[in-house]
Write a protein that binds this ligand. Sequence first.
Ligand SMILES: C/C(=C\COP(=O)(O)OP(=O)(O)O)CCC[C@H](C)CCC[C@H](C)CCCC(C)C
Length: 336
Amino acid sequence: MSDSPPSQISPESAPESAATDNRSAKTRQLLGMKGAASGETSIWKIRLQLMKPITWIPLIWGVVCGAASSGNYVWNLENFSIAAACMLMSGPLLAGYTQTLNDFYDRDIDAINEPYRPIPSGLISIPQVVTQILVLLAAGIGVAYALDLWAGHEFPTMTVLTLGGAFLAYIYSAPPLKLKQNGWLGNYALGASYIALPWWAGQALFGTLDPTIMILTLFYSLAGLGIAIVNDFKSVEGDRQLGLKSLPVMFGISTAAWICVLMIDIFQAGIAGYLIAIHQNLYAVILLLLIIPQITFQDMYFLRNPLENDVKYQASAQPFLVLGMLVAALALGRAS
Ligand SMILES: C/C(=C\COP(=O)(O)OP(=O)(O)O)CCC[C@H](C)CCC[C@H](C)CCCC(C)C
């Protein structure tokens, strides 16, 4: 038996553990996650940190779902390169633009809550941040326009979606609307921009963006609203003091947690119901089966202690939700 319990760090292993912690804090910093290290000096790493790469993933996944639901995606080099360009537009360029803009408008509040963020810590100047916002937006619009040309769109759908998304990002973060201050509007804007908008982009690129897909994905985005509410539990005290009307502030922790899980489950089940209605029964059953582990994790973690288990719940349940999106998209692609 060793002298010290395994959970204790021996003096010899302390430097190793500190180095591991430091590496993990650096990675969190680059990905734009909370609990990041501060003091980065490379301007490119600081710029990347502002673009929060961790948030690009749902946008990229949404494009995959749109391409799948178009029913027209064929695996070849050309389609793959075009899909990759659409992912570049949605993730690094437009989500990057959105996150930089959000940090720009949140700089005063971040000075209190997350002083290590690049703007409040003075690692990057305001003119440099504004330039980054404009360059990312211009590049996003440029790629969208090129994609419209490639797809031969008579109506520039990709460009219009990009301009719409950029406007939504603006009213989400900037006064006077600042949608994020309202639990329902802000979280629905988040849900829709992470599920519906990139889905529409992938669909429009490889097929036709019709009202059915638009309404279905806006319906699916209500499950995304539920997912977005999960993130509000971490900042409930700060939000209350600042007068932000998040759902946990408006309804209390326990009711908000129930609203959150019911939205996640009911709207995914609603999509499964639609798949049954269009005779995609196998896909509907798979989607329903994917909701079961989510309900299990809601019961095991989230509903028991939303304040402590929010991150654990997201990490365990979200893979099933995103897999369900792809299942639904494939079913819609088959039915088209
Ligand atoms: C800035 C966003 C989330 C951060 O919110 P918050 O400030 O509450 O959280 P932190 O305190 O943790 O920072 C995301 C806002 C998304 C926005 C409503 C719209 C995004 C638009 C898309 C990126 C555009 C995609 C268009 C395309 C696919 C054609």
